[in-house]
Design a protein around this ligand. Sequence first.
Ligand code: NAP
Ligand code: G3H
Length: 489
Amino acid sequence: MFRKLCNDRKVYHNLYDGEWVSSESGELIEIFSPVDGSSLGKIQSMTRDEVDRAIRSTKNNLETWAQMPIFERANIFYRTADILEEQAEHIAKILVMEIAKDHKSALSEVTRTADLLRYTADVGKSMEGEAISGENFPGGTRSKMSYVTRVPLGTVLAISPFNYPVNLSVSKIAPALIGGNAVILKPPTQGALSALHLAQAFNNAGLPKGILNTVTGRGSEIGDYIVTHPDIQFINFTGSTQVGRHISQLAGMIPMLLELGGKDAAIVLDDADLDFAAENIVAGAYSYSGQRCTAVKRILVPDTLADRLVERLKPRIEALEVGDPREDSVIVPLIDQKSADFVQGLVDSALRQGATLVTGNRREGNLLYPTLLDHVTTEMDIAWEEPFGPVLPVIRVKDLDEAIDIANRSEYGLQSSVFTRDINRAFYIANHLEVGTVQINNKTERGPDHFPFLGVKASGMGTQGVKYSIEAMTRPKAVVINLADPKAE
Ligand code: NAP
Ligand code: G3H
């Protein structure tokens, strides 16, 4: 038993019942930095028994938490947000080394998370039930009244991805907790150190014991066990489509929210402000080396316009800072060698099939230089695969309808951008795209975090966003009051 998040040898522990504990497995997973290969710490590889105990503890403590008035739960969130802000620089530095996110974006991930906590607390406090009169329905009567409140589901399993280990953990934990649920957090292995610091902030803010427990270990080893655990009432997962599909097949009737991969298209029309479009597309495609579900992952542009767009993209891409996330480079080493190999494979194969290299295609280990490929055709894998790296294909189309057609032929349906000054064409396209969100004259992006955020097709199931997430992780509870006439015999 340890009382601290981590010891002097950088061995991290799990939050269990308000205490920091080590695993009886004695097995540790060492976390190395994708930036310089240095060892950052070790996390516990938990046993199934310990997972059981962690889940049981949430079950045992649920009732007390659910009974706590929402304004008191909200006060814990405000304190957690304050702690995160106080520790923002410290946690950002861990993020920089652990997931190679540039320092500015890492800091913004932490402060955005503090904002998200406060906003969720506020939304939680304004949640209200309703009373529905029976008289509204044919044959009904005013003496029948449904009194409807929202109640928690139980224990929510939150599984977050490596690219936002703090923010995409809180986007699950906060709405679950404010709705009265308890949470088991399974952080990404690469990202676990940052996520455990987040758990510490909740603990230090006074979250009662056993309401948030963490479970570390490789998803490939303990994942199936957790997602099929009978005491998990909801799964809130963000990650790859491959793992998301696997979880949904395994978990059967357990309700879930899945936020998965994407292949977001930027459609540029002939009346667009091309400099503005190029600026947005470059920021959208290459920030954090394209390791964002919402990164722009293909451009669909009329052939007649493509040369002019490409000539505006090229210098902007070449101006991107490449290298060290500690120095705020936009282009940073990818999370691991395997990911870099995958992206490189897509580029190589597109070039073999006749794509034109506009810029990039340089590599130093897992650091890939920002790459722009023109004349990409629908026969090439890069037209359809999510690279999760700094490579952007330009697909030339004959007209707007072909752009819509190719956009919709993707298995994914997260977001799309449309750049045009013509509101009628913008809405025409928006209405025909099979995606969760269409951005008109902006890069694709998730925030602000109270907007609905969702993917259709292979990009997900259910809707994230503060209010939407609270609704997803609570259910209506109806009590029907049947009044009798006190004057009747
Ligand atoms: P991933 O490999 O699918 O992993 C996501 C999480 O699932 C990690 O915590 C992982 O744990 C865990 N996991 C792995 N196998 C599991 C299993 N059998 N059961 C339960 N959990 C399991 O994804 P990633 O590489 O971290 O993230 C990149 C992907 O996420 C991209 O496809 C990206 O588009 C997507 N993403 C989507 C959104 C969105 O909101 N739509 C946001 C961010 C990322 P380990 O780390 O221990 O393997
Ligand atoms: O990686 C997926 C995230 O949900 C993207 O969030 O658009 O704020 O970077 P973002």
